[in-house]
Design a protein around this ligand. Structure first.
Ligand SMILES: Nc1nc2c(ncn2[C@@H]2O[C@H](COP(=O)(O)OP(=O)(O)OP(=O)(O)O)[C@@H](O)[C@H]2O)c(=O)[nH]1
Ligand SMILES: [Mg+2]
Length: 305
């Protein structure tokens, strides 16, 4: 592994990239547990979340970040900011790109951002989703992405098949400084059950709704109460920006919100191993994505530092 074989290493890796390339999926795979919500639609992740890997030699704290994009509202600005702060916060940067598609303008934007940083941490690129590619396609894609950052190592991976994830880990370890672990070896995330619950409800919204509507939804947890050892009662409010979105979210005779509730409940039960009663309501908070106070209230406030 490394030269200082008996010295423990511990550090942070910022996982960055444009939306939907598989950052959260890769992090879940590397940590070995589903801790970050994943969606086939872009802009699932809205704030930083840690995924913590620990073995006998090393602790790597992966910082999952929102996909960098051209922001259309203050929520988007806060999301980009969360990703940009992470760029300088780690001991290494893991830039994930989507091997299934040629570079997009957002990839070029990220290359520019990184080039513009002085003294940024060491950078590693990972071309994800190789399971979608033929050999020739893969060679072509690697070349296209290498052109964006010629001097940087690029590892071809698949979060689905697991290809080269071990190589990726081995590559990251030497960048971690020698030192004590930051977290207990059993801790896999800095998110609490409540935060994950919010994300799983948002994930169910993303799965069931299309176009702009799921992106206009924020979830507030109102109650999370234990009911004995193996049961929990959870109530949450889903905020949307307009009456028309409220109608879509509730659906005909409540059919959509019921569907979302069933899916979210299943995921929460799987994660907690408890039987869950989930009570969802829908409210309009006009234009919340452009309202700094509302963003703060919903946990997306811009970082102060
Ligand atoms: N075929 C294939 N799909 C993948 C792979 N990794 C992730 N995906 C899919 O890509 C989509 C996006 O995954 P996410 O992990 O949510 O992507 P993300 O980069 O975190 O996205 P944002 O949070 O929106 O920035 C999901 O549908 C995943 O299932 C992979 O290795 N192969
Ligand atoms: Mg994500």
């Amino acid at each position: 592994m490394t030269e200082n074989n008996n010295e423990f290493r511990a550090g942070f890796v910022a996982v960055v990239g444009r939306p939907n390339v598989g950052k959260s999926t890769v992090m879940n795979r590397l940590v070995g547990q589903t801790i970050a919500a994943v969606s086939s639609k872009p802009q699932m992740t809205r704030k930083q979340q840690f995924g913590i890997y620990t073995d006998d030699q090393v602790q790597i704290v992966f910082i999952d970040t929102p996909g960098m994009h051209v922001a259309k509202h203050k929520l988007g600005d806060a999301m980009n900011q969360a990703a940009e702060i992470a760029l300088m916060d780690g001991d290494a940067i893991l830039w994930i790109v989507d091997g299934g598609l040629p570079p997009k303008p957002e990839d070029l934007l990220i290359a520019d951002r990184i080039h513009g940083l002085e003294n940024h941490p060491p950078l590693i690129m990972a071309l994800n989703k190789t399971d979608l590619l033929s050999n020739t396609e893969q060679e072509e894609r690697v070349q296209q992405f290498k052109n964006l950052m010629p001097d940087v190592p690029l590892i071809e991976i698949s979060a689905y098949s697991g290809e080269n994830l071990n190589v990726l880990m081995e590559t990251l370890i030497p960048y971690m400084p020698v030192g004590e672990p930051f977290y207990d070896k059993d801790q896999v995330t800095d998110f609490y059950e409540r935060d994950i619950t919010i994300e799983l409800i948002r994930q169910a919204v993303m799965e069931n709704l299309h176009d702009e509507v799921p992106h206009a939804v924020a979830v507030r947890l109102d109650e999370y109460a234990d009911r004995g050892e193996d049961k929990a009662y959870i109530s949450a409010t889903l905020f949307v920006e307009r009456d028309s979105q409220k109608g879509i979210l509730i659906g005909k005779s409540g059919s959509m919100i019921k569907e979302i509730g069933m899916l979210a409940r299943k995921e929460i039960e799987q994660l907690t191993g408890r039987q869950v009663f989930l009570d969802l309501r829908v409210k309009v908070h006009k234009n919340w994505r452009n309202n700094p106070d509302a963003l703060k209230l919903m946990g997306y406030g811009a970082h102060e530092d």
